[in-house]
Design a binder for this molecule. Structure first.
Ligand code: ATP
Length: 258
């Protein structure tokens, strides 16, 4: 069997050397899969994703034990920009578009890191417009004047301009209308199925995420309490209780489903 594209091994992480956010989280993303990272507010999803791109030090955070390996390389020793060049690209929570740039200019910033030829950039832009035609229609609109859905599409499109192999997304559904969320997940699945793009997506919206994911991991209070095949997890009634804060004793559900 081939090695996973991303391996998170028993990762502990804390902020300011005192606030422990992750307690030994492990998960694997195989090449060509969509993996959903689920959990309620504060469960540790964003911390896990930031650790994956070695972004915790920028927030006075750190991985205190365990390790993360992307494509055979220890992420803890890598510069975040190098990880992007190697194909590990994040769409951070909250979209982070440049508000005073047009949607097209936002997309073009995604290609800056990899000294691409103009023809390659044009090709990538055309591909993004094919995936999100709405962005083409609105390409001259300032991001700051665009809807939340358009900004999320632009943030994803910008990430695609870096030609990722593993696309990491933090709560792409946040604050968006259900139809827009569906559209975005449909396009992510299409990229996965047609272009073989591997995806790790953190979501509080477990219903949508489990519908599109191949595998999932549920975090609760910084621990991975449940994991396995997304289809099997969809059948589990107790999943919902995580999202409504009723909680489920970690030990009672710690066995892997698959
Ligand atoms: P959300 O959906 O609210 O972002 P989450 O599952 O992504 O939730 P995290 O943001 O990873 O959760 O938070 C995990 C824990 O780490 C929480 O207790 C949170 O308060 C804490 N935390 C997150 N960021 C910081 C930070 N910059 N400094 C200190 N503590 C933090």
């Amino acid at each position: 069997m081939t090695a996973p594209l991303l391996r998170i091994e028993a990762v502990e992480a804390s902020y300011q050397r005192s606030i422990v956010a992750l307690h030994g989280v492990s998960l694997e993303v195989r090449a060509g899969e969509i993996h959903a990272l689920l959990g309620a507010n504060g469960a540790g999803k964003s911390t896990t994703l930031k650790a994956v791109s070695n972004l915790l030090p920028a927030e006075r955070g750190q991985v205190t034990s365990g390790r993360i390996v992307f494509d055979g390389q220890d992420v803890g020793r890598a510069n975040p920009a190098d990880l992007v060049r190697r194909g590990l690209v994040q769409v951070l929570e909250g979209r982070h578009c440049f508000r005073t740039l047009t949607l097209e200019e936002n997309l073009l910033t995604g290609g800056l890191g990899r000294s691409a030829r103009r023809s390659e950039v044009a090709e990538d832009l055309a591909r993004v417009y094919e995936i999100f035609p709405r962005l083409k229609d609105k390409r001259r609109t300032l991001a700051g004047l665009s809807s939340g859905g358009e900004q999320q599409m632009a943030a994803i499109g910008r990430a695609l301009m870096s030609r990722p192999r593993l696309l990491v997304l933090d709560e792409p559904s946040m604050g968006l209308a259900p139809l827009v969320v569906r559209d975005i997940f449909e396009q992510l699945r299409r990229l996965n199925r047609e272009a073989g793009l591997s995806i790790l997506v953190a979501e509080q919206n477990s219903t949508v995420a489990l519908q599109y994911a191949d595998h999932a991991t549920v975090l609760d209070a910084g621990m991975a309490v449940l994991g396995g095949d997304a289809q099997a997890l969809r059948q589990r009634a107790d999943i919902q209780s995580f999202y409504f804060g009723e909680g489920v004793a970690a030990g009672a559900v710690s066995e892997a489903v698959a």
